[in-house]
Design a binder for this molecule. Structure first.
Ligand SMILES: C[S@@+](CC[C@H](N)C(=O)[O-])C[C@H]1O[C@@H](n2cnc3c(N)ncnc32)[C@H](O)[C@@H]1O
Length: 338
């Protein structure tokens, strides 16, 4: 038995209780193998509904090992999952679209539907972007939002494919607004909305974060050293009862830089100001090298300085399909009650 085979068997065995729980909750999208913690660094294996998505980030898998992993998972789960292999071991974790190791069958690459917390999500093994359309480590946060959105005005910042917004709509939110600058990501969000036709419609704002959140917070939008700013949609100042802030680790635009290591504050400050009195802000930091304790101190200090002290906070770790032996998962989530 190869070492990958052994590690995968152990991972599947450890997940048995979690998978039973997820299936009973209407979830069929989850991580089956989290290589960095389970014995094959740089390898992830995820189920997205009918599809099995294998991704390698350090070295390409050998074809035989890939096919053996696929067969083992199908046998253990008693399913016939369609295999997609994205080798991302090249520069900047970009997918090698030449498919030198394995070319997916055409039926594995059609648009499919996956489920989470009873909701339908668009699943697509290959698309113009690099990442899968649903980030699985945020599942618990989406569950929390679904359970705590009734009657609330919800703002989903860096919305990507709008999973958090969809969860809020399913939880009975009064209003849901998804904000992201990428048209393609919001287009998938609109597909996700259409895949759940019984939910109330959501709002989609295509805008850079900085001008949008500063307008919502009632802060001025400053030009940088005489540089003319690109145009941006005009928004009314407003507050929301539940705000989710889940930015990428680093991104630069004409309006500012998203930098979770050096400057979380400039993202957080306007998001706090946009959270209503007695509202909730869920904020995330997915940078592995940032320690929860340091980041939490920064976050709480920022709120204090703004005269909006946090009444209660709670850490929301990812579920057991993202194990971390040291209790320090890369994705850190804080729920702040004002
Ligand atoms: C890590 S994803 C966020 C994940 C998302 N919260 C979810 O629930 O899946 C990062 C998102 O931020 C968006 N983004 C990056 N920089 C941005 C900016 N300056 N303004 C608005 N959106 C931005 C990207 O388009 C992408 O959709």
């Amino acid at each position: 038995m190869s070492s990958l085979d052994q590690a995968l068997r152990a991972a599947l065995l450890a997940r048995q209780p979690l998978l039973a729980e997820l299936h009973s909750q209407g979830t069929d999208c989850y991580r089956l193998f989290h290589g960095s913690q389970e014995g094959a660094s740089g390898l992830t294996i995820d189920r997205y509904g009918p599809q099995l998505l294998v991704q390698s980030f350090h070295t390409a898998l050998e074809r035989d090992a890939l096919l053996a992993a696929h067969a083992l998972i199908n046998a253990e789960l008693n399913l016939d999952l369609l295999l997609v292999y994205n080798d991302r071991s090249g520069t900047n974790s970009r997918i090698d679209r030449s498919d030198a190791v394995y070319k997916a069958e055409p039926q594995a690459l059609v648009d499919m539907i996956g489920h989470e917390w009873g909701l339908n999500y668009r699943v697509r093994g290959r698309h113009a972007g690099q990442d899968p359309l649903l980030f699985l480590d945020l599942r618990n946060a989406r569950g929390w939002v679904k359970a705590n959105s009734a009657g609330k005005r919800v703002l989903n910042l860096f919305a990507y494919t709008c999973g958090v917004g969809l969860s809020a709509a399913a939880g009975g939110a009064r209003e849901v607004c998804n904000l992201d600058f990428a048209e393609g990501n919001l287009a998938v969000g609109k597909e996700n909305s259409a895949l759940n036709p019984t939910l109330a419609p959501m709002q989609f704002i295509q805008s850079d974060y900085f001008p949008a959140i500063r307008q919502l917070a009632g802060l001025p939008i400053t030009q940088r050293r005489g540089q003319k700013l690109p145009s941006y949609p005009r928004l009314e100042q407003g507050q929301y009862d539940l705000v989710l802030l889940d930015p990428p680790a680093w991104a630069k635009s004409a309006f500012g830089t998203v930098d979770l290591l050096r400057d979380y504050q400039s993202l957080l400050k306007p998001a706090i100001l946009t959270t209503a009195e007695e509202g909730v802000l869920i904020c995330c930091n997915n940078l592995a090298k940032v320690a929860m304790e340091d980041w939490r101190e920064q976050v709480l200090r920022c709120a204090d300085k703004l005269g909006r002290p946090v009444r209660e906070w709670q850490v929301l770790p990812p579920a057991a399909d993202f194990p971390s032996s040291d209790g320090r998962p890369p994705l850190k989530t804080l729920i702040l009650q004002f």
